[in-house]
Design a protein around this ligand. Structure first.
Ligand code: GRF
Length: 213
């Protein structure tokens, strides 16, 4: 399955996909292109180092979100992309994009949705006093982090956690969960009925403290 990754920043989730792909753990998904909206971001460097084709479209050079999304669709169509993975892509996509890839756009969010959508999910969890946090891989719809949930992984929030320490713990789970979901999707193991998503090979929470959840 020809897979594109869109990113804006450091790209550690992209790296987890690259590592899985290089060790054949992503098959039958293959990474064909990485797109970014921030010129020079580390995610682009990671892709280039891995020998993956890249493109940059700066949203600042477009007059509207729709025009930006249309250009994004054109770049992906050129490469016959079948699955789009948002891995730290800090742009809200409009229907101009989503209609081109129905149920083919997935995102990773650093919180247990529907709690703490939007930005700074980890800080929201710490500030709220949550005891369990985690990450969610979900289909993207036109809302902000509201699409059907595909898989989640949980981690404990420890008494002395800061936003940074919780971010690192959650990232550990993100790097495991996202490649597992991409692989499952490419294998045809993900089925959707309305909001209900079934994953035949559901990834198990790796944190021993939460294995019983
Ligand atoms: C991750 O926390 C992801 O959940 C969120 O953005 C962050 C991206 O991190 N959507 P990275 O660029 O993959 O390191």
């Amino acid at each position: 399955m020809r897979t594109a990754v869109l990113a804006s920043g450091s790209g550690t989730n992209l790296q987890s996909l690259i590592d899985a792909w290089k060790s054949s753990a992503l098959a039958p998904a293959q990474l064909v292109v990485v797109g970014a909206n921030v010129p020079g971001c580390t995610a682009l460097e990671r892709a280039q180092k891995a020998g993956i084709e890249t493109f940059v479209l700066s949203h600042k050079t477009f007059a509207s979100r729709e025009l930006f999304d249309g250009a994004l669709v054109a770049e992906l169509r050129k490469r016959d992309v079948e699955l789009v993975v948002l891995a730290g892509f800090m742009r809200v996509l409009t229907e101009a994009f989503l209609d081109a890839f129905p149920l083919r756009v997935i995102n990773i969010h650093p919180a247990l949705l529907p709690a703490f959508p939007g930005t700074h999910g980890q800080k929201q969890a710490v500030d709220y006093g949550a005891k369990i946090a985690g990450c969610t891989v979900h289909f993207v719809d036109k809302g902000t982090d509201t699409g059907p949930i595909i898989a989640q992984a949980a981690v404990p929030v420890l008494p002395d956690d800061t936003e940074d320490s919780l971010r690192d713990r959650i990232l550990g789970e993100e790097h495991r969960l996202l490649p597992a979901v991409v692989r499952a999707f490419a294998k045809g193991d993900v089925t959707v009925e309305g909001r209900h998503v079934r994953v035949a090979t559901a990834p198990v929470n790796s944190d021993a403290r939460l294995r019983s959840l």
